[in-house]
Design a protein. Sequence first.
Lengths: 134, 324
Amino acid sequence: MGTQKKIKVLIAKPGLDGHDRGAKVVSLALKDAGMEVIYSGLHRTIDQIVNIAIQEDVDVIGLSIMTGAHIPITQRLFQKIREKGIGNKTVFVGGVIPSRDIPKLKEMGVSGVFPGGTPLAETIKFLQSTMLKR
Amino acid sequence: MELVKKVLQGDEGSAARLISMIEEGLDEGYEAVSLIFPYTGKAHVIGVTGGPGAGKSTLINRLAASYGRQGEKVGVIAVDPTSAKSDGAFLGDRVRMKDAERVKGIFIRSMAHRGFPGGIAKATLGAAYVLEGLGKKVIFVESVGAGQTEMQVSTICDSVITVLTPDYGDEIQLMKAGLIEIGDIVVMNKMDRTGAAEAAEDIALHLAGRKDNDWQIPVLTIQANKGEGIEKLIATLDLHRRHMRDDAQGKFVRKERMKRLVLALFKEEAWGTLLNEVRAKEGFAGIMGKLQNREIDPYRAVRMILKLALPKKERKTARRSKRA
Ligand SMILES: Nc1nc2c(ncn2[C@@H]2O[C@H](COP(=O)(O)OP(=O)(O)O)[C@@H](O)[C@H]2O)c(=O)[nH]1
Ligand SMILES: [Mg+2]
């Protein structure tokens, strides 16, 4: 019964992509690291994702994108985040992300990018240290 | 309090934040609950309990969408277990609630039970109050669904639906033996599966002979994933709600449930407080040492710890009040 605040994470699957193995693996790893993970399920619109993030009051939004549309999707997400005034959320992106796109994503406001194959421990460490700083 | 004002004005973000504060056990959160409490007590709070995979989330999805179409403002609190090993949780009920999510004005909140016994979290009741403060008129509480009975949920709900499936033969037997509580409405889900009608009939026959506080527990057969039988269930929920509001027996049950709830919450708080206190006391380690060396037996150890925890005078009054 620690008094330390729990880290709450939304793992969301935006768009058309029908593969959620990766998202589930990450979700379970974060759970095993002591976080509370809300999983969105497949085929979510950005509006839905932001709405879920608000209702669940998560600290972190993790997008899993395998379709190659990570740039426009992330752009839309930050647009909506600003619109709804929830700029305090940490955003990370995982999935099929070419390394040349990483700077672009970070410029938009993404805090961490974890392309497929990134060790789960790295994602966990990133989230834990980001939350400590807040 | 500014946050409470915003909740009462219908601000979702504030409601979400406040629920988190209650989950974290912050004093500010509990103060806010006290301020919201006078605005509560009118919503229909519906608990949904049953084993893992019985179809609780799927059923709530359908019910919430149906109520929503009738113009009701709906809230959902979906509780899932906290891993005892890591203290983390995977909250996946929303995946099954996509139709409900489309209802205008619906608010869905997932919640880890954080070790609270009985199928709900300590903060679930507080969250229900917050959702009612936010303007929700029908509030669903999905209990953990860990397979055993989870009747703490009944202490915070007006109506409890127990979801069974033809696969839950053992549970049905336990129910019939009176070993687990049944709730107010029994639903036999997955009627597309073989044996559903027979299982439902079996339970109905068994329940026909008994009436709980003037309420005959009905058994309904449904198929949640196709929305079959939902309208009948809603009509039954309305009947039960009226029973709880208007009938003397119903009112009595509500009051009893409230009492049970406070005792459960008290037990949780008292246990935490007492344990911390007694652990810090001189003598605690000694008792444990003697126990581990088999110098004293476990029953004796417990009595000694209790003596250490509660000074004599308080213990006497505690015992007397128990007899009263
Ligand atoms: N065949 C059948 N499957 C159903 C029915 N209702 C729900 N399910 C499925 O049962 C599984 C578990 O449902 P879920 O709502 O997550 O159960 P919960 O763990 O009790 O919340 C899902 O795959 C549902 O699609 C039904 O009436 N018939
Ligand atoms: Mg469920």
